[in-house]
Structures are given as structure tokens and as C-alpha cells.
Design a protein around this ligand. Structure first.
Ligand code: DAH
Length: 360
């Protein structure tokens, strides 16, 4: 019997010496696997006479059971030890500062923020958003808007012209968002209520002018729309946008080829402190141009001015973003300086809504 005793001792030592789950598995295969040392002994039983098989067989089976149990116990021990080691290695120090996710470090540009704020306000009043191309034809940028051929108003726009095509026609970078009024009236039956945000271009560059800038146009066309509606709409807008309870506005007579009558609108403000305050004070600040859509413009879009009338306005977005958020130089808006955007930008998940607050 001593050969079985020896084998048992050897295997027990191997079992005790296995240091991880892979090693104990190797011991198991080597002992009680198909070709393991104990399994090989069991195979010899067939050749024994019945008497020997009785005693020897019982002893080998006993060995097999003892080794099997010892392996299972060691396996469980090693498994527990592995889990304990992992838990120890993977502990989290909850006192460490949180690493900010990209959605927290990215910033929304103030112009995008102001567009989101303004479209939230007009969306609430039942306006939809329209857009149009930045490369325009002379027809949409000027002619359809009632700029007569050769009229000095065309020169006033400091237009960027493209080279003439085969027919001698020059496309332009749109000088204002007003051409989208025409495209909207061509494609949509009144009643129309749209706002049109977008990029516009003029040859102009200093601390308050950039050759590429942003405007927002508004257009309302119906059968009975009048100047009172224009005034109410702009007043409601200014109160919501500047987040004040009341604003005083001044409508000064002005001229635009595409509106009659035309106005420039100033809002009352206080410039005595470091930042401009709205809804109070004795100063005035011009914020937009507007008027009743000219009958010629309606005609160009196939609308009968005896049936339809309405109003339009246009305002510079960059400047009102500067006013609202206190940026001193317009050129920084487009300098792509990450320090500027992280200082003046807005958190991406703070989406402006009227119920949640525009700028908070
Ligand atoms: N398009 C004008 C500009 O860029 C702004 C403007 C004035 C738009 C009056 C309008 C309007 O729709 O009615 O100077």
C-alpha cells in the first residue's frame, strides 16, 4: 500500500503548493483527469484477480476521493483569495476630485447661445425657423427686396462679389438675412411667422465690425397684420431676451428699400455703470431695423399687396450678444481662442428655455 501513500503525499503537497486557480487546475488534470496518475491506477483494476481488486480497488477509490476533495477545497480557497486581491487592488478613493467629462469642459459659443435664446423666445410666440444660402444671387439679395438697379443702397452694403459667370452675373455673399424673407414667401402660403438666424458678410472690420457676422431676421405676413403687432412682438422679445419686466422702446423713422414705413428701434438703457443695464436709465441704444413689408416685395413673391400685409425686422446678433454678456471686442468672437470660449462660453447641457431660464 505504500505506493498509494507516497502518491497521496506527493499530490497533497502539490495541492497545497498550488498558488493560483490555473496551477490547481493543472494539478487536478495531472491527478484525476483522464490520463491523471490516479486515473491510470484505476485502469489497472480490470487486470487484477477479484480478491486483490477488493482491497486495492477500495484503497485507490479512497485516494481518488481524498485527492478530489482536497483539490475542490484548495480551488475554493484560491478563488476567494483572487477575489479578495482584486477588491484590494480596485479600491476607489472617494476623496479624490472628480475628473470632468468632455460634456462639462466643452463650451457653447455666445453667438450660438444667443441664437438658441432668441429662437426659444420666438418659438414660444408661434414662430418657426427658416434658413437660406450664404451665397446668394443679386436678385434675392437686392432686386427682389426692392433695391433699384444702381441704387446707392447697394453700395452701402459693402458687398463681397464673386467673379461673373458666363452670362456676366455675379453672385454675392449675402449682406443680410433679408433674402430668406423672399425665399420663404415664394415657398409658403401666408399666414407666415418665421425667424431667420444666419451668417452674413460685408467688407468691414474693426472692434465692433467683422467681415462675417450674424443676423436674425423676422417676418410676419397675414391679412390684417399692422404696426401695433410689430411693436408688441418686439417689446415682448426685448423683455424676455434682456430678462427685465419692462422696456421702453423708441421707433425712429428710417429708410430701407424693402419696408414702408421703416423704423430704427432704440431701447432705453443705463450706461452709467460698467455694464449697460436695460429697462432703466436715460440713454438709448439702437438694436434693430424694421418696418411694414413693402408692396413691391410682396409682388415679387407673387402675393397681392391688396390682400396681404405684414412686418419684418433684422438685427445684428453679435452686438446684442456683446451687450448682454459684456464681451468688449467683436474680433475675439471669431479668433478661435480656447481661453476666450471657456471664459465666455456656456455649458452645453444648460439649454435656454423660457420656463427654465434663458441665461442662468
Ligand atoms: N437687412 C437690414 C440690414 O442688414 C436690416 C433690416 C431692416 C431687416 C429692416 C429688415 C427690416 O427685415 O425690416 O441692414
Amino acid at each position: 500500500m505504500s505506493d498509494l501513500e507516497d502518491l497521496k503525499q506527493t499530490l497533497m503537497a502539490e495541492i497545497a503548493g498550488a498558488g493560483d486557480e490555473a496551477q490547481i487546475e493543472a494539478v487536478r488534470v495531472g491527478a484525476i483527469g483522464k490520463k491523471g496518475s490516479v486515473s491510470e491506477l484505476l485502469k489497472t483494476l480490470g487486470k487484477m484477480d477479484p480478491e486483490e481488486r477488493k482491497t486495492r480497488g477500495a484503497a485507490i477509490n479512497e485516494l481518488r476521493n481524498a485527492v478530489g476533495e482536497a483539490i475542490a477545497a484548495r480551488k475554493a480557497e484560491l478563488k476567494d483569495a483572487a477575489i479578495a486581491a482584486r477588491l484590494k487592488a480596485e479600491t476607489v478613493d472617494v476623496t479624490l476630485p472628480v475628473r470632468p467629462s468632455p460634456s462639462l469642459s466643452g463650451r457653447i459659443h455666445p453667438v450660438s447661445q444667443v441664437i438658441d435664446e432668441i429662437t426659444a423666445i420666438f418659438g414660444d410666440m408661434g414662430f418657426s425657423i427658416a434658413e437660406g444660402p450664404e451665397i446668394e444671387t443679386d436678385y434675392y439679395n437686392f432686386t427682389a427686396l426692392n433695391f433699384p438697379e444702381g441704387h446707392p443702397a447697394r453700395e452701402m452694403h459693402d458687398t463681397f462679389f464673386f467673379n461673373p459667370d458666363e452670362e456676366g452675373k455675379r453672385k454675392v455673399l449675402r449682406t443680410h438675412t433679408s433674402p430668406v424673407q423672399i425665399r420663404t414667401m415664394e415657398n409658403q402660403e401666408p399666414p407666415i411667422r418665421v425667424v431667420i438666424p444666419g451668417k452674413t458678410y460685408r467688407q468691414d472690420s474693426d472692434a465692433t465690425h467683422s467681415p462675417m457676422f450674424h443676423q436674425l431676421e423676422g417676418l410676419v405676413i397675414d391679412k390684417t397684420t399692422h404696426v401695433g403687432h410689430l411693436r408688441w412682438t418686439l417689446e415682448e422679445f426685448c423683455k424676455a431676451f434682456f430678462e427685465v419686466d419692462s422696456v421702453t422702446m423708441r421707433f425712429r423713422p428710417s429708410f430701407f428699400p424693402f419696408t414702408e414705413p421703416s423704423f430704427e428701434v432704440d431701447i432705453q438703457c443705463d450706461r452709467s455703470g460698467e455694464q449697460v443695464k436695460f429697462g432703466t436709465g436715460t440713454d438709448w441704444m439702437e438694436i434693430l431695423g424694421c418696418g411694414m413689408v413693402h408692396p413691391n416685395v410682396l409682388r415679387h413673391c407673387g402675393l397681392d399687396p391688396d390682400v396681404y400685409q405684414g412686418f419684418a425686422w433684422g438685427m445684428g446678433l453679435d452686438r446684442i450678444a456683446m451687450l448682454k454678456y459684456g464681451m468688449p471686442d467683436l474680433r475675439d468672437f471669431f479668433a478661435a481662442d480656447e481661453r476666450w470660449t471657456s471664459h465666455y462660453g456656456f455649458r452645453p447641457l444648460d439649454i435656454p428655455t423660457l420656463f427654465g431660464g434663458l441665461s442662468s
